[in-house]
Write a protein that binds this ligand. Structure first.
Ligand code: 8YV
Length: 318
């Protein structure tokens, strides 16, 4: 008998076709997210579960899923999964590293440029019919070329961002638990978080979320930033204290922000919507076709390895 697999989102046809011969699949075919109760009911008889970051895999879910053997998340981040509880039950957890590095690094740059050069703000102004004349001081933004970039979290995505900074002839500072092996090749200098915040013209957050990085950037840290600086968060909601950021942006320090992730997403702190100096995107850091298909396919490869009793390609927390 084939193992039963629950897939919480619509996925690409080619991925479903890869999985279909090996699993008895129940998947969400609608645009709507299943309610928590519905998810818990559907997972009850499943051996395998394919989730995304908004599906919380916690003790409650595991209790509702006595047959569960594997959780494959279609994401590199796995802070939505209780690894300890899974491991205590002998449930394997897999993620999707690397396949999204370049797309996510591109998005960090897209948000940085949009925020620093006021792309969204000026577009809204233009669409609202305010453009009557050209002026020397209209929508002055911050320079990127030869500025100082601070990268908080120099892992695979952080390094991909730093590589792109070379083309902008930027000085690159970074902070990380340990020195990045690519430090020399990237021409990057490791400093403390406080030094990075104080010396950078642009700060990019790329750290995984954990209790240790909860509100890593709050009121004190924002106050260390330069008034003209830009803050970009493509990491996780909760790494930034959104309420503190709103107060700081209102006061104009930092000058601008670019945010792809939020504390209670998809709900947004309404204060963000009132600010013109913030560029907002709905958690689309990895959203290119090749990257998203790569992520779904890697999650599928892990599930197929499980079905074949083979080592899992990208297991976490072992
Ligand atoms: C995902 C992400 O697209 O991989 C991650 O950790 O945050 C995004 O790339 C999204 O969270 C879907 O699971």
């Amino acid at each position: 008998m084939k193992p039963r697999l629950l897939i919480t989102r619509q996925i690409f046809d080619q991925v479903l076709e890869r999985l279909a011969p090996h699993f008895d699949i129940e998947s969400n075919q609608t645009d709507a997210e299943w309610s928590r109760g519905e998810l818990l009911a559907r997972v009850a008889d499943k051996e395998a579960l394919f989730v995304v970051t908004s599906d919380k895999v916690d003790v409650e879910l595991l209790q509702a899923a006595p047959r569960l053997r594997i959780v494959a998340t279609g994401s590199v981040g796995f802070n939505h999964i209780d690894l300890q509880a899974c491991s205590a039950r002998g449930i394997a957890v897999t993620n999707t590293p690397d396949v999204l590095n370049e797309a996510t690094a591109d998005m960090a740059w897209a948000l940085l440029m949009a925020a620093a050069r006021r792309v969204c703000e000026s577009e809204h102004w233009l669409r609202a019919g305010h453009w009557k004349r050209w002026a020397f001081d209209q929508f002055l933004g911050a320079d990127l070329w030869r500025s100082t970039l601070g990268i908080v979290g120099m892992g695979r995505i952080g390094s991909a961002i730093a590589r792109r900074a070379r083309g902008f002839e930027m000085k690159v500072l970074y902070c990380n638990r340990s020195a990045a092996p690519s430090e020399q090749a990237l021409g990057a200098e490791r400093v403390s978080l406080d030094t990075l915040l104080a010396q950078s013209d642009h700060v990019l957050l790329v750290v995984p979320y954990s209790p240790a990085t909860h509100h890593l950037i709050g009121e004190r840290e924002l106050a260390l930033m330069q008034p003209h600086a830009t803050l970009v968060n493509i990491a996780r909601g909760g790494v930034v204290d959104d309420a503190a950021l709103i107060r700081a942006l209102r006061a104009g320090r930092p000058a601008a922000a670019g945010l792809d992730v939020f504390e209670n997403e998809p709900a947004l702190n309404p204060g963000l919507l009132e600010l013109s100096n913030v560029a907002l995107t709905p958690h689309i850091g990895s959203a290119t076709r090749s990257s998203r298909v790569g992520m779904a396919m890697l999650a599928a490869e892990n599930l197929l390895a499980f079905a074949a009793n083979q080592p899992l390609p990208t297991q976490v927390g072992r």
